[in-house]
Design a protein around this ligand. Structure first.
Ligand SMILES: [Ca+2]
Ligand SMILES: [Ca+2]
Length: 438
């Protein structure tokens, strides 16, 4: 066979095999020139996990040089299953499991006070830069469902879902992305040094959704169901940018002691097992030079308070403790500011801001402030700020079929402790389309 014919045949064969997974959900026409990296991607077809591609932690007692999970929960290979096109990681109340006698790095012992087993798989291969995407449904209990990567110097947590925290309704709707510092000698070694906290308008355990994360040498982008929710440049992140090495993919569940105290966990929380169900894990790569973070149109007037309180109603004062520019809005006592903005019906928007609660001491005093919206023909929704330094949070919402406007509000009710806000942004969610792909 002439060489060029062979090449054409191989190209066609590759294309046929790749169809259906040939581009990220946010880029169906594949404008980015994405090519699937099979070594770290999986459709989870067949009846068993591909052990040429993945390590299952705890398989025949082997943890492959990694940890055994976040104590008190411990990874058990018995909780990892492939079938019906899915990878399922089950979390169980498992008192008969032979827990390790060692202590976890967080001070808890494995299996105590909650005998919970979970599961974890890690790719054998590594990759650097690309577009990671997972279609999944989080476990609907007090347990995490996470998609993350580790490499020399830094860890990327694409998402760390928490299926159900009855004491905190924000937890189950949170799309939490972070960078973890593992640079030798770094002053913040071992710490989560950067986070993106996005409040979804649905519970992550209620249905399948597509979560995307684009990573290159200049920026990261986060997506939900094909919609871009945030883009952050390496420049903006400065010394917090630790995603510079080849990464391995991790998929796992863990008890999160900062969400629910393990002493409060009980057998009933886990029933016959809480399942984190993954339809696929795909990683594409491209040689094309991606555009940087595109400018976005802010629909709010005077969003950074540089014109004082113009366009805002309410009880705030102007503060010079600004996140950017020279002014911000401060609520000294219980109050609220608001602005009415014209919007389109049946459309998804993302509202974000930088805010601080200066009187929070991060020990026993936590003062909440809320950024949200109402009168948009749908459920009132908000995100909550409480750290004593400027931090950014975002919340998404969809307008009702008859909505033509919404009221954006910021309030420190009912605490009434000082809260400062700056750089409020309201954008139409880029690429937002109703794509309920099953
Ligand atoms: Ca599948
Ligand atoms: Ca400002």
């Amino acid at each position: 066979m002439p060489k060029y014919l062979l090449l054409t045949f191989l190209t066609l064969a590759w294309w046929t095999q790749a169809s259906g997974q040939d581009a990220p959900y946010s880029d169906p026409a594949n404008a980015g020139g994405w090519i699937l990296n099979e070594s770290v991607s999986d459709e989870f077809d067949g009846n068993s996990l591909d052990l040429n591609k993945w390590n299952i932690l705890g398989l025949r007692g082997n943890y492959f040089g990694q940890w055994k999970g976040r104590a008190p929960s411990q990874y058990s290979s018995a909780n990892v299953h492939v079938g019906e096109g899915h990878l399922t990681i089950t979390s169980r109340w498992d008192p008969d499991f032979d827990f390790s006698n060692s202590a976890g790095s967080n001070g808890y012992r494995y299996g105590k006070p909650a005998p919970v087993t979970t599961g974890c798989v890690i790719t054998k291969a590594q990759f650097k830069y690309g577009y990671m995407e997972m279609r999944c449904k989080a476990a609907d209990g007090p347990i995490s469902s996470s998609f993350w990567t580790t490499g020399a110097g830094g860890e990327i947590d694409v998402f760390e879902h928490y299926g159900d925290n009855t004491a905190n309704p924000y937890s189950s709707k949170r799309y939490h992305t972070s960078f973890h510092d593992w640079r030798k000698g770094s002053a913040t070694f071992g710490k989560r040094i950067w986070t993106n906290d996005h409040q979804l308008d649905f519970r992550v355990a209620d249905a399948f959704h597509v979560y995307g994360f684009e990573w290159n040498e200049r920026f990261i982008k986060m997506y939900i169901d094909g919609t871009l929710i945030h883009c952050v440049t390496k420049e903006e992140m400065g010394n917090k940018w630790v995603a510079f090495s080849e990464q391995r993919v991790w998929i796992d569940s863990e008890t999160f002691d900062w969400e629910v105290n393990p002493a409060l966990l009980k057998a009933a929380d886990f029933g016959d097992g809480q399942e984190f169900i993954i339809d696929y894990c795909r990683v594409w790569q491209s040689n094309r030079d991606s555009a940087a973070c595109e400018p976005r149109t802010n629909l709010l007037a005077n969003p950074g308070f540089e014109a004082g309180l113009t366009s805002w109603r309410g009880s705030a004062e102007v503060s010079h403790d600004a996140h950017a520019g020279s002014s911000a809005a401060v609520l000294q006592t219980a109050g609220a500011i608001e602005q009415t903005v014209a919007l389109r019906p049946n459309t998804t928007y993302i509202l974000s801001a930088w805010a601080t609660s200066p009187n929070t001491n991060q020990k026993d005093l936590w003062f909440n402030a809320f950024l949200g919206l109402r009168d948009h023909g749908n459920t009132v929704t908000n995100t909550r700020f409480f750290f004593p330094y400027y931090h950014r949070k975002s919340v998404q919402f969809t307008t009702g079929p008859d909505a033509t406007s919404a009221v954006i509000f910021f309030t420190n009710n009912p605490h009434g402790e000082k809260a400062i806000i700056d750089d409020i942004e309201l954008i139409e969610a880029p690429g937002a389309v109703n794509r309920a792909r099953e």
